[in-house]
Every structure is written in structure tokens, then in C-alpha cells.
Ligand binder design. Structure first.
Ligand code: ZN
Length: 235
């Protein structure tokens, strides 16, 4: 097993792009993994290559460290889940106090496949952008969920994987600040231009924080975080 290699769950959104930069700073070999599960915002998958290329162009060390990109088709996840992320329905709050964008089991399944791939590739570290600070209440983004899953994966695969969640305890404004810390304003510009967060998959409107409808919960979170980040930068 390569103790200095990492696999980043890389969707093409702001969070996973920041995690990729974080991994490129900390590990000598970094591979990326994206999932196609029939998401409405599948456009995010097109952002991945541009973000990878952009980061390689920003930093020669990062270019040398950036390894293979993997994508896995998980159509079954879209088939079993009836959510606003995988169906053309209005985004709304559900009865359990969870938005209907919640895809049950999504991160459990993603991390299980990531571990299976890391097993094959001999990679020890798995990095995911889940966060429970200003999240939508998704239970599979919680720190306890990830810690329990790390135990289950290591028992079930007889490995010593480490699941890393660099964004777990920071909000969206601090995630932008972390990008600046990792790669300067060049990385902030790259992430705002090329990453995708909007649940509706809209990329025809450019705001200072990037492209998106500007209305959905993902756009709202990203826009407010970017505004607060700019305020702290001006101080
Ligand atoms: Zn949106």
C-alpha cells in the first residue's frame, strides 16, 4: 500500500475542488474519483477535467502529483432514490426535516466504492468534502457517520484506510479562505469559474461566486459563503 497516496472524491463542486487542492498539498500521489448517478446537475462532471487541468497549470508540484482520474457509473443509485437531485421535481423540505435533495445512502455508497478502488490502487488515504457545519442536515455528511464508516470499511476490507474530511468543521466562507491559503487567489478564481454547485445544473448566469441559478439551496450557500469570504479578505 502506498502510504503517501490519496484518492479524492471529486464531483467537480466547490468543496471537492478545495479537497483536491488540499490533497495535492499533503500527498505525493493523488488520484480522483467521480460518480455518475443520474444527477440532474451532471454538468458538474464536465467541470472536473477543467479543474484538474487548472490546478496542474497553477502549480508544477501539483501537476507532478496529480495521478489518474476515475469515473464510475452508479445508475442504480439514481434508480432507487426518488429525490429532487435525481428527478425533475421542485426542491422542498421533506417531512423528516430533510430537504428532498437528500439521496439516501449516497455518501455511504460513494465511500464504499472509493475504498474498493483505493484497495485495488493500493491507496491509503481517502478524502471527501463532506461537512456538517453549514450543511443541509444530510445525516451521511456527519463526522460520526464517516468515523463509523471508516471502521466498517477497514474491518470489511482488512485495510487501514484513513478517511479525511478537511471541510468537516468549517463553513463555506472558510472553505473559500482555505482555497486561497492552498493556492492563492489563482485557485479561488479557478474554483469560482470552473466548479459547479447549482443543483439545477444551470451555468448560463455568472455571478461573482461562479455560475448557477442563484436561487437553489446550493447556490444560496455558495453565494453567502463567498460574500462573507470577501468581507473577511477586505478587513
Ligand atoms: Zn442553483
Amino acid at each position: 500500500m502506498n502510504m503517501d497516496a490519496a484518492l479524492v472524491l471529486f464531483s467537480g463542486g466547490q468543496d471537492s475542488a478545495t479537497c483536491l487542492a488540499w490533497a495535492l498539498k499533503h500527498y505525493s500521489h493523488v488520484e480522483t474519483l467521480g460518480f455518475d448517478y443520474g444527477q440532474r446537475h451532471a454538468i458538474e462532471l464536465d467541470c472536473r477535467a477543467k479543474l484538474r487541468g487548472g490546478m496542474a497549470a497553477l502549480n508544477a508540484d501539483w501537476k507532478a502529483r496529480l495521478g489518474q482520474d476515475h469515473t464510475l457509473a452508479l445508475a442504480a443509485l439514481g434508480e432507487v432514490s426518488q429525490t429532487a437531485l435525481t428527478r425533475e421535481t421542485e426542491i422542498a423540505m421533506g417531512e423528516e426535516g430533510l430537504p428532498n435533495t437528500f439521496v439516501p445512502g449516497r455518501n455511504l455508497i460513494f465511500l464504499t466504492f472509493a475504498a474498493a478502488l483505493a484497495y485495488r490502487r493500493g491507496i491509503k488515504h481517502i478524502v471527501t468534502g463532506v461537512c456538517e457545519t453549514d450543511f443541509s442536515g444530510y445525516p451521511d455528511c456527519r463526522d460520526d457517520t464517516i468515523k463509523a464508516l471508516q471502521v466498517a470499511l477497514n474491518l470489511g476490507m482488512e485495510r487501514r484506510f484513513v478517511l479525511h474530511t478537511p471541510l468537516m468543521w468549517i463553513d463555506k466562507a472558510t472553505t473559500w479562505a482555505l482555497a486561497e491559503e492552498l493556492g492563492g487567489t489563482g485557485l479561488v478564481d479557478l474554483i469560482s469559474e470552473e466548479s459547479h454547485s447549482c443543483y439545477l445544473g444551470t451555468r448560463d448566469k455568472r455571478h461573482d461566486w461562479g455560475y448557477g441559478c442563484g436561487q437553489c439551496p446550493a447556490c444560496d450557500l455558495r453565494a453567502k459563503g463567498f460574500a462573507r469570504y470577501l468581507q473577511t479578505r477586505q478587513r
